[in-house]
Design a protein around this ligand. Structure first.
Ligand code: ADP
Ligand code: ZN
Length: 603
């Protein structure tokens, strides 16, 4: 009998387990149930793949993402694992063949969609099969509370009733305690052992900036990521189309993805993103769940996401392979208004709207933070991180702050004097003493606050209002008209009992100069040196060629991390190549000589 470590090395080519993987693998292999909470890229798949190989019978993997099953199965087959999937994309003939293999006990792993698993036909087939384990991936789909709710997931409790002896493992990257509780409840996992990992993603750097010219800023950002895959998230479909078209015109391989595109276009764009090197996907949040492309080097947000959970999930799609990756976001005051409107106009119940507003506020506080961002993010998931991390913008270049107590008092009292019925634009006019038509018709030039803020320009005032909102010293109305109101915390500031410190908004010129100096610009995220570039390009070209021949995405052949290790180690023969992380026995046999030929041809 091989051990779990033997399989990790011979099948997957990895020298050692990560984090809690080994503990999970052992627990499951011995027949225990498990609930695994691990961040994206943490390595959840091996937690059930290795036990499925160790145990008698077939591992049944439930996954909601039909479109991605094929790639997962291809990756396993490349590693020499007998894997298959069953979903509606297969023809009748192919389905019958997979069912035959299942019943004949020829499969190590089979991926099925929940609706398929729950059919009586399939359940009956399972009765006649030896089942090694059930793995329920994306287990947060049982939660009505989350955004990925799948009603069929709730019926998966039936697995425990019908197959009480078979160990089950539920996995998710959604960390909040409420969702966890719901998973345990709904999937009857009371007695399951819980494996909770740190949600830190140390290889992701976080940066948040103000949006002044989105296109120019994005263009500059992308200069540091030439030839790399990434995702650019936008709030609206129109902005997705616009941005994708603009990037394509600028010579970047950019494709749009949103729910308004027809299914064929969506599938085509997703496929290109997965199968080609260096494609940038411009998308709404409709894109991404279950995308397990390991070499996404950046995730950019051009608008504020809905919540910290959403932001963390979206940014978490970067750098699954553990190599350096970047999460970059720009936003503005208008986002807060738009988001408040979207919440107000949604059809959710009031209770839900209240929660959504709170979520937006926490995200805003994150965006405006002056302290370590990683510490804040992990804090939101109940994790104490001993920051500073040294790998977010606030750690790298701590923002300057200034005492804004007096301007804050002026702003709050202008909001109050104008009747808490206006948005920041009008209130700023009043503060600056602008005699606009609106000001005059409302007689706001006669207020005591008229013109008391003339010493600051409009931009500075917008910064103050934005930060007061983020700090909860002002709130946008629940109805979504963009009007500002005082909060219970405002009084302490107005009465002089509380001082206010705000960050100085960085000047765009300065920010971009810093960017140009940064070493990321020359070497890209992976820090490929100029003298290594040719070999790197050749290794990638070979990978693309081999992947095309097999009809699989390039990363299924080898990950960037593996190519990078080859580039640095320059293995001279098969024995040396076998020691590289990611080179298992099956791949060594299939691809070893091709890669060695490229490496040995170098001078
Ligand atoms: P998750 O499902 O948790 O997001 P995956 O299972 O897709 O993560 O794993 C993320 C990446 O890390 C994959 O590309 C996988 O091959 C790699 N990986 C997982 N475990 C290890 C390990 N022990 N050593 C090296 N790489 C690993
Ligand atoms: Zn930090």
């Amino acid at each position: 009998m091989p051990t779990s470590l033997d399989l990790l090395q011979s099948v997957f080519g990895y020298p050692s387990f990560r984090g809690q993987q080994q503990a999970v693998v052992e627990h499951l292999s011995e027949g225990g149930d498990a609930l695994v909470l691990m961040p994206t890229g943490g390595g959840k798949s091996l937690c059930y793949q290795i036990p499925a190989l160790l145990r008698q019978g077939t591992g049944i993997v439930v996954s909601p993402l039909i479109a991605l099953m094929q790639d997962q199965v291809d990756a396993l087959r490349e590693a020499g694992v007998a894997a298959a999937y069953l979903n509606s994309s297969l023809g009748a003939e192919e389905q019958r063949e997979v069912e035959r293999q299942l019943l004949a006990g020829e499969l190590n792993l089979i991926y099925v969609a929940p609706e398929r698993l729950l059919t009586s036909r399939f359940l009956d087939q399972l009765e006649r099969t030896e089942v090694a384990l059930f793995a329920i991936d994306e287990a947060h789909c049982v939660s009505q509370w989350g955004h990925d709710f799948r009603p069929e997931y709730r019926e998966l409790a039936i697995l425990h009733q019908r197959f009480p002896q078979v160990p089950r493992i539920a996995l998710t990257a959604t960390a909040d305690p409420r969702t966890r509780e719901e998973i345990v409840e709904r999937l009857s996992l009371r007695d399951a052992r819980q494996f909770v990992s740190s949600f830190d993603r140390p290889n992701i750097g976080y940066r948040v900036g103000l949006r002044h010219n989105a296109k120019r800023q994005l263009g500059e950002f992308l200069q540091g990521h030439q030839g790399e895959s990434g995702i650019v998230y936008c709030l609206s479909r129109r902005k997705v189309d616009d941005t994708a078209a603009w990037l394509a015109e600028a010579g970047i391989e950019a494709l749009p993805y949103h729910a308004g595109l027809d299914a064929a276009t969506r599938a085509k764009n997703q496929k290109r993103f997965l199968r080609e090197d260096g494609v940038v996907m411009v998308a709404t949040v409709a894109f991404g769940m279950g995308i397990d492309k390991p070499d996404v080097r950046f995730v950019a947000h051009l608008d504020l996401p809905r919540s910290i959970e959403g932001y963390y999930q979206e940014t978490g799609r970067a750098g699954r392979d553990g190599l350096p990756a970047e999460a970059w976001m720009i936003y503005g005051l208008s986002d807060v208004v738009t988001m408040s409107q979207m919440i107000a106009q949604s059809e959710s119940a009031d209770e839900r709207k209240r929660v959504e507003r709170q979520k937006l506020e926490s995200l805003l506080a994150y965006a405006e933070a002056t302290d370590c961002r990683r510490q804040l993010l992990l804090g939101a998931f109940g994790e104490t991180y001993p920051g500073p991390c040294g790998h977010c913008d606030n750690c790298v270049a701590p923002p300057k702050t200034w005492d804004a107590t007096v301007p804050a008092q002026k702003a709050l009292s202008a909001v109050y004097r104008t009747g808490q019925r206006f948005g920041s634009g009008h209130v700023i006019d009043v503060l600056r003493g602008e005699e606009t038509e609106r000001v005059l018709s409302l007689h706001h030039h006669q207020l005591s606050t008229f013109g008391i803020g003339a010493e600051m320009d409009e931009k500075q005032w917008r910064s103050v209002f934005r930060q007061l909102l983020a700090a909860g010293l002002l709130e946008a109305d629940a109805e979504g008209y963009g009007t500002l109101r005082l909060t219970s915390a405002s009084r302490a500031v107005l009465s002089g009992g509380k001082s206010v410190k705000l960050r100085e908004d960085a000047r765009p010129e300065r920010a971009s100069r810093r960017r140009r100096d940064s070493k990321l610009v020359t070497g890209g995220s992976l820090g490929i040196e100029a003298y290594e570039q040719t070999m790197w390009d050749e290794l990638r070209a070979l990978r693309t060629q081999l992947a095309k021949q097999q009809g699989v995405p390039p990363y299924v052949v080898f990950h960037d991390a593996t190519l990078l290790a080859m580039l640095r180690a320059m293995p001279a023969n098969e024995d040396e190549l076998a020691t590289i992380s990611g080179v298992g026995e099956a791949k060594l046999k299939r691809y070893g000589s091709d890669f060695l030929a490229v490496i040995n041809a170098a001078e």
